[in-house]
Design a protein around this ligand. Sequence first.
Ligand code: AGP
Length: 606
Amino acid sequence: MCGIIGIVNISEDVSEKLFKGLKLLEYRGYDSAGMAVINNGNLQIIKDKGKIDEIHEKYDFLTLSGRIGIAHTRWATHGAPDKVNAHPHIDCTGSIAVVHNGIIENFMDLKTELAEQGHKFRSRTDTEVVAHLIEENLKRGMDVEDAFVNAIRRLKGAYALAVISTASPDKIFCARVESPLVLGIREGEVYCSSDIPSLLLFTNKIAPLDNGEYAIISPNNVEIRRISDGSRVRKQFKKIDMGVEEAKKEGYPHYMLKEIFEQPYSIRYALNVQKNYLELMADFIDRSSRLFLVAAGTSYHAGLVGSYIFSKLARITGMPVIASEFVSRYGDSITVDDSILAISQSGETRDVLWAVEQAKMRGATILAIVNVLASTLTRVARIYLHQQSGPEIGVAATKTYTGQLTILYQLAFSLARKRGKLGQDEMDRFIEELNMLPDVIDMILKKCDREILEVANEIKDAKYVIFLGRGVNTGTAYEGRLKLMEISYIPSLAYPAGENKHGPISLIEKDVPVIGLVQDDETKKLMISNLHEVRSRGAKTYVISSSDDEEVREVSDVLIKVPRVSALFTPITYVVPLQLLAYHTSVLRGLDPDKPRNLAKSVTVI
Ligand code: AGP
């Protein structure tokens, strides 16, 4: 997955703007980057492997001068992350440049065909075929638009593309199938990009390109058509009320820390979910015979916690399923009576979209919780709830996780009410407590940051770390493990603590750090006994709990006490110290928590 941007201006150079926009897209991939402009009828390109700033320092993107250009930041799918495979890619004549986000599934067939026609390929990417296809069409006498449209009609897979050609030096040709692409306009300048924030630097008049559409943009004109039949599409550019500042670090050393500390606000926003859609979604779930909570990574952990909450509050069975497993596990048995609740921060995770597409084909109702508006998932879902966490730049999901949980609680309450499973008093008490969570999180952040820094210092050189949870906090243990592992690279395990004696306890030896989550519910006694099990075998226990009674203290080498809330809400309060633990451990190990190796913010490949 990658980020792409294109700008065409009536009179000014665009390289500085492309560079600034590209920097905002870096969260989408950062193993290589490049830029192409047309200057006096010639294509000029800078590209290399590495982060955008490293490449800029080496070559200086601003030396490129031209009124039209495209740029790319890459997360490798086909071909190693090196200079040759970095975008933009060009045709044999060096007059067509292409940037692409997505995967062209039939590129091998196309490459073979083009190679037989004499085309010389420089890279191992799927993208390069697009440049050669257009070149071939031009050779056959088509104009650039026809050559472009004819080329993209031959592509199978997912793509957001932007193409410039010296044969049409004031137009960018762009198209979208699956991968996101938005357009922006201002007087004398038109843009295309993988996301909205990267364009907010220049304009707030935005229109997303829909699936299956292409656009030809020139300094004062935007023409949008359907790829399938070339028919014209009329689209309104809407004013987006969101500042670029939202996407900046605001004084924090890393986006991740900023985003952890934003949680009192982001949870508050999530509490403002549109109630009519919430009720509508609850109606659909209530009417369906089966409910699947489908998601990947952190969002899957939210789904897992959600399944406990739905059961406890509304007596509904929701089956949490890892998106990439959904089709083989349940694909054939899905019916029109089923509902899929897809949870995805980005709304672009390919595994999730794939599961959803398959379920939709079988007539299931698609519901979604998303953070990114106008994302693909919002278009395929019958109803979606917007969690409103704001842009999350750090690759590790933090505020969007607690935002997802906040929505899931509200959905569970709405279901419980519909199904008459909770008395009004109890419901009122829970809702009041949920509304207090932003303040509770604020207290936790103030109280725990230093304590957690000390714990991070103790575990930073550990060979491995084990996370134990039970009940509603099984998902929290998984999430704590994922956070630590993905940004500190310390191998970590998490499992429901009852599994201890079925195998993993053999890993316990002297001083192995075990992070235990103890909440005050039916699991407390069992969890305490699991902590005794590991402690008596030499583990060093770090316990997160809102209880500090004798029983809990006895099993805690270090106790991180968090303010008391009902056990039901501890997945939100307990995950915050775990996020801080991952963050501080990563920084203490000299790593960049915002950009863990081999990962990208939104995984748009299967
Ligand atoms: C977690 O920190 C990761 N960023 C990753 O697991 C992420 O949650 C997963 O890729 C799903 O992303 P989504 O919510 O955008 O679908």
